[in-house]
Design a protein around this ligand. Structure first.
Ligand code: SF4
Length: 268
């Protein structure tokens, strides 16, 4: 898969091809070629190869859009961003994908936007996810949105918790809470709150507390369960997966990704 102009240029220069066609790269950023010609490669919204919103949606008889660029496929509905006639001061709490997306769009439309995150960099849970074996390109999502946030003129406060005092001191017209999702822990399961029951986030940030043998319960069949299992194997754990589905990653959008999963597992 060719993902950036430099890679295409290198393959062309080596004489392997006469022309490079880049489908998903152009879905993620319809201005890919224009930005390349204008030497604005840093502004390109790069495809992360997730196959979710393009091929995945086509497989479900839905129109193409993009995980990285939700404007793709919705141009006739959303149109161009227009300047607001009612400028507001807005505080956004949370610098993950949702907070950053809101912030750059609002600022681009002329609102004054202040974004708070208590981490030292923007990205939220994407920064955790990109460290998993099957999600290595996901960090591009955070970096792309972060660039858009700064380019739009959002005032960003990192390492800063948005307390009530902080928010009130800004005297905002609107406050947007984008503090991320919490893992679901079914409280009707006996023992669910015991110390040796881990969410993905806790396992990943406190791996020293894990035992040698891990039972992983995957009840959505998507990337998180499969990637977590692959990561646990990588750090030397014996892993057993329990899932209500017929196989691991059954809800992945692309069979190609399923192949990658099975390459990472020795036994299922
Ligand atoms: S949905 Fe994913 S694979 Fe498809 S073009 Fe967008 S980033 Fe690329």
């Amino acid at each position: 898969r060719i993902i950036n102009p430099r890679q295409a240029e290198d393959i062309l220069a080596a004489g392997h091809i006469d022309m490079a066609g880049m489908t998903r790269a152009s879905i993620a950023d319809p201005n890919f070629i224009k930005k390349t010609v204008e030497q604005r490669e840093a502004d390109i919204i790069y495809c992360v190869g997730c196959a979710q919103a393009c091929m995945g949606r086509v497989n479900r008889n839905q129109h193409v859009t993009c995980f990285q660029n939700p404007f793709t496929g919705r141009e006739h509905v959303w149109g161009e961003l227009t300047n607001t006639t009612n400028r507001k001061k807005i505080v956004v709490v949370g610098g993950g994908p949702a907070g950053m997306s809101f912030a750059w769009v609002a600022a681009s439309r002329g609102h004054e936007v202040n974004l708070y995150d208590d981490h030292h960099e923007l990205g939220g849970q994407v920064l955790l996810a990109e460290q998993l074996p099957l999600c290595l390109e996901l960090g591009t999502v955070a970096r792309n949105l972060s660039r858009q946030v700064y380019q739009a003129g959002v005032e960003v406060y990192l390492n800063t918790s948005a307390t009530s005092e902080t928010v009130i001191a800004q005297n905002p017209d609107e406050v947007v809470l984008a503090t991320g999702s919490k893992p679901y822990l079914p409280q009707n399961v006996q023992g669910i709150n015991q110390n040796h029951v881990f969410t993905f986030e806790r396992a990943f940030t406190q791996p020293d507390l894990l035992g040698d043998s891990v039972l992983l319960i995957d009840n959505d069949g998507h990337q998180r369960g499969a990637s977590t299992a692959a990561w646990l194997i990588k750090i030397g754990k014996k892993v057993q997966v329990v899932t209500e589905f017929s196989h691991i990653g059954s809800n992945f959008e692309m069979s190609l990704l399923r192949v990658r999963i099975y390459q990472l597992f020795f036994k299922t």
